[in-house]
Write a protein of this length. Structure first.
Length: 54
């Protein structure tokens, strides 16, 4: 299995566990999503709290 290391799409800072983030993504068509972390990583833009507040 692949190891996902999420990063902020603006500043490229690595996201730590339990850190508040913002995700910009389209609402998915499919009903069942089992692997939400992978879906967010590949279909969304992760933004850290610091970059979102700028």
């Amino acid at each position: 299995m692949f190891k996902i290391t999420p990063q902020c799409s603006v500043c490229k800072k690595e996201i730590q566990a339990n850190e508040d983030i913002f995700v910009k993504m389209k609402y998915p068509k499919s009903k069942g999503m089992t692997e939400i972390k992978a879906f967010i990583e590949y279909q969304g833009k992760i933004i850290c709290e610091e970059c979102n507040n700028k």
